[in-house]
Design a protein around this ligand. Structure first.
Ligand code: ZN
Ligand code: CA
Length: 376
């Protein structure tokens, strides 16, 4: 049912439209037209005003056909890419892999997902496959820190389950859990003094920060939790006791309480080091996206597994170490899993995807629609 030449043609066309993150205007306009040509109603939300990106998020709604009672669902992909993503020239190899010419990324992340979705809609229309309402949310700014999705207006969505297509792994693999991420900034205010004449009158912010760090648990905390200091700023001349230092850190966990506990531990380390040295500390932490974790028995996982099973795909479930737009949709209260698209080496100039996997991804999303429609 999937038209291989059409979906591959679609993919090759999409990757040749420049869409580095923050510069999504051209791709957003093309996608809007493509969804409209397939009969969907498309709105672009106001998030560009908040994110400063080239476009807002597109929300395309396919009205129910032949199955008005079926539960509404959504699919989501992102329209932006990482750099270097200007002037992409895809090459279809005789080995069945599609690559760039080696000077840019390919952009299969995430245009393979977008092409699969467009093909699925074509087939739904052509074959008059019954379905309920299906929304397609194509976000901007995913690669700049889920910026578009974070600014998405959830009230425009009406879906019982969500399926993101934006994960590594073989088509049919299902990401069912991903961590929350907290961004942390720590400032230490000490006191300056001459390092040779009267160091005892100073409080070294670097020393305090060093003590604080030595009291923190960092790196791999447990199977579900990690923490890292990414940047240390501060200091100047060696003859001055440094009065200021700043640390940039992060903490992640699949489990919300665990990330909170980790943050509290890091904060306590800063406070105790400041107390010991008579310094002052400022500790800021900001959860930039929430975690999610679905069980095998959750309906959204069951649906994705059942569709995989019917196509002879693995239906393997796994946990991710990083966040994606799926975190945001889960945070909005729409149980969402992140489906693997088959792309490899993403965010590098050796990014690649198999022709066959783009076709499989389209077959898989079509099967998910059929399974969700049959559910009622
Ligand atoms: Zn992606
Ligand atoms: Ca990516």
């Amino acid at each position: 049912m999937i038209n291989k030449d059409r979906v591959i043609g679609q993919f090759l066309e999409l990757v040749q439209i420049d869409s580095e993150t923050k510069h999504e205007r051209a791709i957003a306009d093309v996608l809007k037209k493509k969804f409209e040509a397939l009969g969907l109603e498309v709105i672009e939300d106001d998030s560009a005003a908040v994110t400063g990106h080239g476009a807002g998020n597109l929300i395309a709604t396919l009205k129910p056909a032949g199955a008005e009672e079926a539960e509404p669902i959504l699919f989501t992909c992102h329209m932006d890419t990482v750099t270097p993503g200007v002037g992409i020239k895809p090459v279809v190899g005789e080995d069945g892999w599609i690559r760039s010419d080696g000077t840019t990324i390919l952009g299969a992340d995430d245009k393979a997902g977008v092409a699969a979705l467009l093909e699925m809609i074509q087939v739904l229309n052509e074959q008059q496959v019954p379905h309920g309402q299906i929304q397609f949310v194509i976000t901007a700014g995913e690669e700049s820190g889920l910026m578009g999705a974070r600014a998405l207006d959830g009230s425009k969505l009406d879906a019982k389950y969500g399926f993101a297509l934006d994960s590594n792994g073989e088509v049919g693999a299902i990401c069912v859990a991903a961590p929350t991420q907290a961004r942390i900034e720590i400032e230490i205010f000490g006191k300056s003094a001459h390092a040779g004449v009267n160091p005892e009158d100073g409080i070294s912010a670097i020393q305090v920060a060093g003590k604080a760090i030595s009291r923190m648990k960092l790196g791999r905390i447990d199977a579900e939790t990690t923490a890292n200091i990414g940047k240390f700023e501060g200091g100047g001349a060696t003859n001055i006791v440094t009065d200021y230092a700043k640390l940039y850190a992060e903490a992640r966990s699949i489990v919300q309480e665990k990330v909170e506990k980790q943050i509290a531990g890091m904060k306590e380390a800063v406070e105790s080091a400041c107390r010991d040295y008579g310094a002052r500390g400022e500790f800021k932490s900001n959860i930039i996206y929430p975690a999610f974790q679905h069980n095998e028995t959750d309906a959204v996982v069951q649906l994705a597994k059942k569709a995989a099973d019917q196509l002879g795909l693995s239906g393997r479930t796994f946990m991710s170490g990083g966040g994606s737009d799926a975190n945001i949709f889960n945070g909005l209260g729409i149980p969402t899993v992140n489906l693997a698209v088959g792309y490899e080496n993403i965010h590098t100039t050796s990014e690649r995807i198999k022709v066959e996997d783009i076709v499989k991804a389209a077959e898989y999303v079509l099967q998910i629609v059929k399974v969700t429609t049959d559910r009622k």
